[in-house]
Design a protein around this ligand. Structure first.
Ligand SMILES: O=P([O-])([O-])O[C@@H]1[C@H](O)[C@H](O)[C@@H](O)[C@H](O)[C@H]1O
Ligand SMILES: [Mg+2]
Ligand SMILES: [Mg+2]
Length: 281
């Protein structure tokens, strides 16, 4: 299986690079950034998201015809979001679509690969920075081939925390997001940041630039690849209430260590969006 998995991962890296090239080119063409909306008026999608997802899936199908897929835009088009034990590619063709639409310079192609419901490797290509983040379970995490290591900071008060506001603008949700943010700022922490892409935020944790990232409202395709990149860089994953992470639950804390993760969890005003797999919370 070892060489087989490496072969699959090599293909993921190659297709992510190809997809990134398409995204870069599309940035220069306003038509390819025309906005459509999904779950809310601020949940954006473009024809480039759809085109890139199609490109990735077709390319994989040709080489690995039995593999399954969970792709953000396929799910938006009505496909089921079910993780089985079968080899499954979990794809976010453009993580950071809002950034893409506005030319805000953090946009990633995110590909996770799961077998037996466990992510085996992750590839995040931050295509405007030309940074290829990769990690295979048990084999370390890398950026452009250089090993990654999380920060060794244990004191949350000397930390930068990343988070996002998401695309749910219901009053209650916005209140909870701000309540968590206020609590964390008041610890106080050195700063709060957000790149506008969950996948890049997780790679920033893996790179040691920020100590933790948390969000309620992410989807499995936002975090599947990043989850193994964080763990392989020495970090930890947790649910926002401190239990084990569940990638379908739409809740995540990714941190450099358990001390920082547990400290952040204390300040998060948790809530439970509808799960990606439609199961009860
Ligand atoms: O829609 P998309 O740009 O692929 O993904 C979104 C981005 O990662 C954003 O930073 C995060 O706040 C959202 O929760 C994601 O859904
Ligand atoms: Mg995304
Ligand atoms: Mg996306």
């Amino acid at each position: 299986m070892d060489d087989v998995l490496q072969n699959i991962m090599d293909h993921a890296v190659a297709v992510a690079r190809e997809a990134g090239q398409v995204v870069r080119e599309a940035l220069c063409d306003e038509k390819q950034r025309d906005v459509m909306t999904k779950s809310s008026t601020v949940d954006l999608v473009t024809q480039t998201d759809q085109r890139v997802e199609h490109l990735i899936i077709q390319s994989v199908k040709k080489k690995f015809p039995t593999h399954r897929f969970i792709g953000e835009e396929s799910v938006a088009a009505g496909e089921a979001c079910v993780l089985t034990d079968d080899p499954t590619w979990i794809i976010d063709p453009i993580d950071g679509t809002t950034n893409f639409v506005h030319s805000f310079p953090f946009v990633a192609v995110s590909i996770g690969f799961s077998v037996d419901k466990k992510i085996q490797f992750g590839v995040v290509y931050s295509c405007l920075e030309d940074k290829m983040f990769t990690a295979r379970r048990g084999k370390g995490a890398f950026c452009n081939g250089e090993p990654l290591q999380v920060s060794d900071q244990e004191d949350v008060r000397r930390s930068i925390i990343a988070t996002e506001f998401g695309s749910n603008r219901e009053t209650e949700t916005v209140e909870k997001i701000f309540s968590s943010l206020r609590n964390i700022l008041n610890i106080p922490v050195h700063g709060v940041r957000g790149a506008g892409t969950a996948a890049v935020n997780m790679c920033l944790v893996a790179s040691g630039c920020v100590e933790a990232y948390y969000e309620v409202g992410v989807h499995v395709w936002d975090v599947a690849a990043g989850s193994v990149i964080v763990e392989e860089a020495g970090g930890v994953l947790m649910d926002v209430e401190g239990g084990p992470v569940d990638l379908m639950s739409r809740r995540i804390v990714a941190a450099n260590n358990g001390t920082v993760a547990h400290r952040i969890v204390k300040e998060i005003d948790a809530f439970s969006p509808t799960r990606d797999d439609g199961r009860d919370q």
